[in-house]
Write a protein that binds this ligand. Structure first.
Ligand code: F6P
Length: 373
């Protein structure tokens, strides 16, 4: 009997998702003679049995498309909003897996998806995941697809902001995505030549940033570009946020988790608008006019870069091969030019932060970039 694959995309969309769906599908259907069905809108559509037929026609012409033809959502199997409440719908998902006579469920997603997928394997399901996110924060893979495209968009934005900052002798603070990790802000900041780069892993002191900008002014450079990750925090705010995050990580019961999440949401709400505040502070401290640009969802939209199409296709094809071999319960990780199946148990719940001694951090420091510390 031909193997029957279910596939879904979960979490924030990311360039390269369609290339990955195509990679899995074309290899599975065309090369291994399997069959495949898509579920719409992540785990939500899987729970609600909303499907999309995937055949050689539907898989054609999607390589270069941004977003995901399947649709996505951030709904979690064990905490699904139903009639205004968060309900554990895991058993319904398990029942749907069997109802469709699936041999495996392929989940394309980021850190959260790895955790949900692992929980499903604990219920006896065969699951394989592929790592996607523009944040590049999934553990145990060299890189995630979506990152390269977003890196290109953010770098081009910094390039463009240079000429206007220079012309008006202004500080331009550009906010780049990344709530918990700073790969995107750091990478784009280095590639775009930002004068200051602020990331969540390195809490900043606003006085240190102002000093760096003043020093540039004294040397005749009367503008500065500050690349700030969404989740970058001042030293003062860092402690409160970290302890709220730890509460969430350590919560044992659903009740404790709900409470801990409320504490975290409050801490994060205080952080919202941080980029605007930072720009005002810098204006006050340096006497230079400042402006803010928030790149937001531009970084997630549009056509994937060649590197992302290639990565997503490679991982997708490797996924089909693993299904053919009956190797389940793994994430297909990128390792140099090859791929590696990593047990979901090892990936679930881990985040790949920027280590303080990472070569990118050293590079930024040695070319004279201020990291705010
Ligand atoms: O995880 C990817 C990401 O784009 C983050 O960089 C960003 O903080 C978050 O998603 C935004 O999430 P949402 O799409 O739910 O607003």
């Amino acid at each position: 009997m031909a193997k029957y694959i279910g596939i879904l995309t979960s979490g924030g969309d990311s360039p390269g998702l369609n290339a990955a769906i195509r990679g899995v599908g074309k290899a599975a259907l065309g090369y291994y003679g399997m069959q495949m069905i898509g579920f719409r809108d992540g785990f939500r559509g899987f729970m609600e049995n909303r499907t999309i037929e995937l055949d050689t026609n539907t898989l054609s012409g999607i390589l270069t498309l941004g977003g995901t033809i399947l649709g996505t959502s951030r709904d979690k199997p064990h905490r699904m909003p139903v009639a205004g409440k968060l309900v554990d719908m895991t058993d319904v998902l398990v029942a749907n897996y069997h109802r469709h006579h699936l041999d495996v469920l392929v989940c394309l997603g980021g850190g959260g998806t790895q955790k949900h997928a692992y929980r499903l394997t604990q219920k006896g399901l065969h699951v394989i995941t592929l790592p996607k996110t523009i944040d590049n924060d999934v553990a145990l893979t060299d890189i995630t697809f979506g990152f390269d495209t977003a890196l290109g968009v953010a770098t081009e934005a910094i390039d463009r902001l240079h000429s206007t900052a220079h012309s008006h002798h202004r500080i331009v603070v550009v906010e780049i995505m990344g709530h918990r990790v700073g790969w995107l802000a750091l990478g784009a900041g280095i590639a775009g030549g930002a004068d200051v780069i602020l990331i969540p892993e390195i809490p900043y002191d606003v006085e240190v940033i102002a000093d760096a900008i003043r020093a540039r002014s004294h040397s005749g450079k009367r503008f500065s570009i500050v690349a700030v990750a969404e989740g970058a925090v001042s030293r003062q705010d860092a402690a409160a946020l970290r302890s709220a995050e730890q509460l969430v990580a350590k919560a044992k019961s659903s009740d404790a988790l709900t409470k801990a999440e409320a504490v975290l949401a409050k801490a994060e709400a205080q952080h919202a608008g941080n980029t605007m505040r930072l720009a005002k502070q810098l204006e006050g401290l340096t006497g230079l006019e400042s402006r803010v640009t928030i790149l937001g969802y531009l970084q997630r939209g549009g056509t994937p870069s060649a590197a992302d199409r290639l990565l997503a296709s490679r991982l997708g094809v490797a996924c089909a091969e693993l299904i053919h071999k009956g190797r389940y319960g793994v994430m297909v990780a990128a390792r140099g030019d090859t791929t590696k199946p990593v047990p979901l148990q090892e990936v679930a719940g881990k985040l790949r932060h920027v280590p303080p001694d990472h070569p990118w951090v050293a590079t930024a420091r040695r070319v004279g970039t201020c990291l705010g510390d």
